[in-house]
Design a protein around this ligand. Structure first.
Ligand SMILES: C[S@@+](CC[C@H](N)C(=O)[O-])C[C@H]1O[C@@H](n2cnc3c(N)ncnc32)[C@H](O)[C@@H]1O
Length: 108
């Protein structure tokens, strides 16, 4: 949760998750949330650039498709990889607000 966007090299991030997935038994669930710019575009790019200039650890934004790739080979639970505010709306105070943090849950 909130860790993979701190792994800058995308191939390395996939390798880490693939290694974890390989060690988990059928019936296991994988939960990931990851920063993106799919909703706010340049505003999120600028926000992260500011963070990366003054904060640590650096953040690498990835597209929803790149985030979905982490779950490859597993069964994504509805509603799939979406803005976290859209994942089972009604369980948060204001599900009308799209956030540039996408996530999903998948089962092996
Ligand atoms: C936004 S916090 C999320 C913490 C917690 N998982 C949560 O959801 O509340 C990001 C976390 O990623 C960890 N982190 C940063 N770079 C990492 C890396 N390369 N490998 C593993 N963890 C890392 C940080 O130490 C920090 O605890």
């Amino acid at each position: 949760m909130g860790v993979l966007h701190h792994v800058g090299d995308t191939a390395n991030a996939y390798a880490i998750v693939d290694q974890l997935k390989a060690a988990l038994v059928p019936g296991s669930h994988l939960v990931i949330n990851h920063a993106t710019n799919a909703v706010h575009g340049v505003a999120s790019d600028e926000s992260v650039a500011h963070w990366n200039k003054f904060g640590k650890p650096p953040i690498t934004l990835r597209s929803p498709g790149q985030i979905e790739r982490f779950f490859a080979g597993w069964t994504l639970l509805p509603p799939g990889v979406v803005s976290c505010a859209r994942w089972r709306p009604g369980t948060v105070d204001d599900s009308s607000v799209e956030v540039d943090e996408f996530g999903g849950v998948a089962r092996r």
